[in-house]
Design a protein around this ligand. Structure first.
Ligand SMILES: [Zn+2]
Ligand SMILES: [Zn+2]
Length: 139
């Protein structure tokens, strides 16, 4: 798969049986549809992300350039993570194929997602930091 930002080939990597595509150049991450919720279900059994309410359409113009979906090549939609209006996190979304996270955005989204979880979720944040900070890893 080609990175929608750098246009270079991404690597496929797997965590807990969930495959994600990772760009070594920009540290962006692609999740196929459904894989993000699957990941959180594995980290916190029984928990379901309320995807319909997690992201909303921005009310104004987003200054980021549009990007093309790495699967269908159509222009992706900009959505913002609900729950933090002071520092909105802008995600690129293809309704059919999946979600694109720029470097650091997955961690920021995780902080929003875990707020909806019943228990202490520090371990989930550190898991995401570990699992998706590929620069630190040798393999
Ligand atoms: Zn890239
Ligand atoms: Zn697509």
């Amino acid at each position: 798969m080609i990175c929608p930002v750098c246009k270079t080939a991404m690597i496929v990597t797997e965590y807990k049986d969930i495959e994600v595509d990772y760009c070594c150049d920009c540290a962006g991450i692609w999740f196929d549809s459904g894989e993000l919720s699957l990941l959180f279900e594995k980290l916190e059994p029984g928990f379901k992300i309320d995807m319909a309410n997690l992201f909303k359409k921005p009310s104004g113009q987003i200054p980021e350039l549009p990007r093309k979906c790495p699967i269908c090549r159509k222009k992706m939609e900009k959505v913002i993570a609900a729950g933090d209006n002071h520092h909105p996190i802008v995600i690129d979304s293809c309704a059919e194929d999946g979600l694109w996270f720029d470097k650091g955005e997955l961690e920021n989204i995780t902080r929003i997602i875990v707020k909806a979880m019943p228990q202490d979720t520090g371990k989930i944040i550190s898991y995401i930091q570990d699992a998706f900070s590929f620069e630190k890893k040798d393999n």
